[in-house]
Design a protein around this ligand. Structure first.
Ligand code: HEM
Length: 136
């Protein structure tokens, strides 16, 4: 076996791994919803499908890639705040949005709170990017 390969340090940080795994879970849910909507010809949950894919898959995967390429941001405390706020809020937000799309307006306060918590995570991300991404 090539000793250079076995002793080589990883080329990238592992800070993004958990983000990328969660992103793929959302992609699986998102495409399952898409296929189910098409099969049933019922597009009531179209907005949930769109947000599961765009926040769950695209946004989480981008954060994972950014934190992998820029470990100084990925290993920062702000990345943990970003992770927990967004990932605790997002499932609540998607479930509440589903209930709203199905006509249940009582969930609006839950939806609103989860949106603000998710936005708090995005603000932590923005501060992290602006403070910890530096030119070499
Ligand atoms: C197998 C994969 C997928 C299937 C079968 C699928 C299916 C669908 C269907 C049936 C709709 C409703 C269309 C309508 O109302 O006429 C839809 C809407 C949408 N999908 Fe997907 N989708 C898939 C993947 C994705 C992915 C990966 C994304 C984003 C990264 C995405 C983003 C959206 C958005 C934004 C809408 C809303 C469009 C609108 O409101 O007009 N979808 N999709």
């Amino acid at each position: 076996m090539d000793s250079n390969q076995t002793n080589a340090a990883p080329a990238f940080s592992t800070a993004g791994v958990i983000w990328l795994k969660l992103a793929v879970v959302y992609l699986l849910i998102g495409i399952t919803m898409g296929i189910a909507m098409g099969a049933k010809e019922d597009f009531t949950l179209k907005d949930v499908h769109a947000h599961v894919n765009l926040i769950g898959w695209v946004t989480l995967a981008l954060a994972g890639l950014i934190y992998t390429v820029f470990p100084q941001a990925g290993q920062h405390r702000l990345a943990k705040i970003h992770f927990w706020l967004l990932n605790l809020a997002l499932p609540v937000m998607m479930i509440a949005l589903s209930f709203l799309m199905l006509g249940n307006r009582q969930v609006i306060p839950v939806l609103a709170v989860s949106e603000f918590v998710a936005a708090g995570g995005i603000i932590a991300f923005a501060i992290n990017i602006f403070t910890n991404l530096k030119r070499a």
